[in-house]
Design a protein around this ligand. Structure first.
Ligand code: PDD
Length: 287
């Protein structure tokens, strides 16, 4: 099926949506993105993603090109036009396409931003086989730039990280800097020890996950404490359980870290419970 996508004010068949070769995202990765999941044709945590989008844009001296309501309208129209039940909406805003390649930012008055949104269907998003089995992660060095709190489209290293994990027979990688885990290639990282969830605190070192914020809010409902602090791979390996969070994986149990199985190597009860609570509460609040 040909998807309907959004490009700069128009809804188009995906084959007709064209972006200039001078677009700064193409030449310089000069753009930001968001991924919002869709369950039962409703948007999960839309406002969290819209707020972070504005924050990422502002950090790169770009303005939000439309109101929150207009943005919501586009998301909803894409869900409707593509008959999307479960999956996600990808949004990207770039600094636009000036006539030439130039390191200097173009004048936003004469160079409008490029705004693109498209859907991806994933029927088993909530009922994921991976969540029942758990995933294996390996550690890799974190060599990304220093503003990981900005959701920028420069994703080459995270993409390479995922390939390094695959080459070792694992599913994903946790990145390590100065001896401490920062985050997963496209998710936040956690372990559980003695009924306490431990995850790195917020700073420029990691993306401030929208799912992270929700899961930490729901921890009390699962009768669990939260501690935000640095942790090592060795500490996580000796944990009772571990998991990752993101808009597309929700709460995903981790069953092995660098080849060491956690517990009996199957998803633990607490991560499973957190996933259940997250899905229940998020679906209730979805718009
Ligand atoms: N990734 N950390 C990184 C580096 C990420 O790329 C992501 C999201 C997260 C989790 O953020 P959130 O809970 O807001 O999705 C953490 C998205 C899903 C992606 O790139 O596809």
């Amino acid at each position: 099926m040909t998807r309907t996508v959004y490009l700069n004010g128009d809804y188009l068949p995906e084959t007709e949506a064209k972006v200039s070769i001078f677009d700064r995202a193409f030449l310089m990765a000069d753009g930001v993105y968001e991924v919002t999941s869709v369950l039962d044709s409703k948007l999960i945590d839309f406002d969290g993603h819209a707020k972070r989008l504005k924050r990422s844009l502002n950090a790169l001296h770009m303005d939000m090109p439309m109101t929150r309501d207009d943005l919501l309208g586009i998301h909803r129209e894409l869900v409707r036009a593509n008959d999307l039940e479960n999956g996600m909406i990808y949004l990207q805003i770039t600094r636009g396409a000036p006539g030439d390649r130039d390191f200097v930012f173009p004048d936003p008055e004469t160079c409008p931003q490029t705004v693109v949104l498209f859907t991806q269907s994933k029927p088993d998003l909530a009922d994921s086989p991976a969540a029942k089995k758990g995933i294996k992660v390996v550690s890799i060095d974190d060599i990304r730039w220093g503003r990981r709190d900005i959701k920028s489209v420069q994703l080459l290293y995270p993409s390479m990280g995922k390939m390094m994990a695959k080459a070792q027979g694992a599913d994903d990688a946790w990145m390590v800097e100065d001896g401490f885990v920062t985050e997963g290639t496209s998710n936040n990282a956690y372990f559980i020890k003695d009924n306490k969830i431990i995850t790195r605190g917020l700073s420029n070192d990691i993306l401030h996950g929208i799912t992270r914020a929700a899961v930490l809010r729901f921890a009390a409902e699962a009768q669990m404490d939260v501690e935000e602090r640095n942790f090592t791979i060795e500490e996580a390996q000796s944990a009772d359980e571990a998991f990752i969070t993101s808009a597309t994986t929700f709460v995903m149990p981790v069953v092995a870290i660098d080849g060491k199985a956690l517990g009996n190597g199957t998803p633990g009860p607490r991560a499973a419970r957190l996933r259940e609570i997250y899905l229940d509460e998020s679906c209730k609040a979805a718009i």
